[in-house]
Design a binder for this molecule. Sequence first.
Ligand SMILES: [Zn+2]
Ligand SMILES: [Zn+2]
Length: 116
Amino acid sequence: MLRDRTCRFPGCDHRLFLEGHHLQHWADGGETSLPNLALLCSLHHAYVHERGYRITQSATGALAFEDPQGRAVVPLPPRPAPPLLGWPAIRAAKPPRPPAADRIHRPVPLARRARR
Ligand SMILES: [Zn+2]
Ligand SMILES: [Zn+2]
């Protein structure tokens, strides 16, 4: 957990519902040890086990992901920051102008009832 922090699938930054995936399956003699484990979110764990994605580990421990057609899976570039919208953008585009003295609304006091 401390080593991986997020799902290891390229471009995935999930931190919850992570599962330890055996890079070499335990049925094939893979150990349940840190070098043989990679954290994957439940979605990407299913990609590997049910949809034919493959993970290969280089000698340095770096992981390479391949889709079922053998194409490398590369991380998406980070999303562009959303444009500044809403009140902050309105205020930035048009700084508030102090109200002119003649536009300040002053409530007119109610006329007193004439006493009988
Ligand atoms: Zn697994
Ligand atoms: Zn993931």
